[in-house]
Design a protein around this ligand. Structure first.
Ligand SMILES: *Cc1c(COP(=O)(O)O)cnc(C)c1O
Length: 362
């Protein structure tokens, strides 16, 4: 029997989530964000499954884009951070990769490049995130130079990024949107602002292009807070493994490294072959939920590299070989993230290559 630790990928759920995003933002073009190996799911698999349903894809850098081109993906791909070296402009123009321009250096590199064909550009405006993008006061100068630049098409998309769209009670999103629209008013260009939480929770942000990532993988960016727009989402990744040992532990005995959990009653402990070497977070606390044959049980003791231990004292009929779900179908990744002091984004994204991705289609 092969080691059962695996991340199964439900491509029907993925396509359903793309359609759901389309329904929520029916008047916008859609760019699906597949950076960081599609948030750990596997970029080539995810891109191939949705490329016909989206208008473009987005990645962080040219290496990620070229991996997709190598896998036969033909839709336009935006480089979300633009280029890091002038040579990348040639590769971008030859492979229909769109450029984010977010600073003076990137614009002058584009002006000076010798390219066989023009590239499509997105111009990033900083409206309060203060991470990337030009100051709204510099927009006029950038637009004048882009419209005179031999290497860029004239259909520049103006975009910005929200700092707090996942906080439904913050007024920062409305403030950023107002500043963005005011800055862009003189230009008859296309506008883009919405990431997943904005697409789901702030319809006024949809504009011409939406840029969802996380929600397409079926998880709510609002963590454990409920919102009607997230109810239809279906998780794409289900991380699972199996029980490999069951033992009795007497009251007062400890379980695992550093003895962080002590049995307060006679307990039945199941050992599951999955650990931080398979993408399960080492900082998951005692009590983190898992599903054994669909029933809830709790993590006890430290997460090891290849194993975890769970308390199955109150569960019936558990045997060696039974399936344990760590997150996904029936157990939202946000809940596990909450017990591990992080967000679901990080848990799926740091899934290592060691964990096999098994594709399922309903
Ligand atoms: C990552 C990213 C997105 C997608 O964000 P999600 O919250 O995953 O939807 C959108 N726009 C930019 C600029 C990004 O970097």
């Amino acid at each position: 029997m092969a080691r059962p630790a695996q991340a199964s990928l439900d491509l029907s759920a993925l396509r359903h989530n793309v359609s759901h995003a389309r329904t929520l933002a029916p008047h916008s073009k859609m760019m699906a964000v597949v950076k960081a190996n599609a948030y750990g799911h596997g970029a080539a698999i995810i891109a191939a499954a949705i490329e016909e349903k989206v208008d473009a894809l987005a990645v962080a850098c040219i290496e990620e884009a070229m991996e997709l081109r190598g896998a036969g993906i033909t839709v336009p791909i935006l480089l979300l951070q633009g280029v890091f070296e002038p040579d990348e402009l040639i590769t971008a123009s030859e492979n229909d990769l769109w450029l984010m321009i977010e600073n003076e250096w990137q614009l002058s590199s584009l002006e000076q490049a010798k390219l066989a064909s023009k590239v499509h550009c997105w111009l990033k405006i900083d409206t309060g995130m203060h991470r990337l993008g030009i100051d709204p006061a510099d927009l006029e100068g950038f637009m004048a130079r882009l419209s005179g630049c031999m290497n860029s098409h004239t259909d520049t998309v103006l975009c910005t990024h929200f700092a707090s769209a996942d906080n439904l009670h913050s007024d920062q999103t409305a403030q950023q949107l107002a500043d963005f629209k005011r800055a862009c008013k003189p230009y008859p260009s296309h506008l883009s602002a919405a990431n997943s939480p904005a697409l789901l929770g702030w319809p006024e942000t949809h504009l011409d292009w939406v840029r969802p990532g996380y929600m397409l993988y079926g998880n709510s960016p609002f963590g454990q807070e409920s919102h009607p727009s997230t109810e239809a989402l279906r998780p794409v990744m289900t991380l699972s493994s199996g029980v490999i040992s069951i033992s009795q532990v007497a009251t007062g005995e400890a379980v695992g490294y550093a003895s962080t959990w002590i049995a307060e009653r006679a307990s039945v402990i199941a050992t599951v072959t999955i650990g931080y070497g398979d993408g399960y977070p080492r900082n998951a606390k005692n009590g983190t939920p898992v599903l054994v044959n669909g029933q809830r049980a709790r993590l006890v003791g430290r997460v090891s590299m290849d194993m975890i231990t769970i308390d199955i004292t109150d569960l019936k009929n558990v045997s060696i070989g039974d399936t344990v779900t760590l997150w996904g179908e029936g157990l939202p990744v946000a809940e596990v993230a909450h017990w591990s002091d992080t967000i679901g984004y990080e848990l799926t994204t740091r899934m290592p290559a060691r964990t096999s991705r098994i594709v399922t289609v309903d």
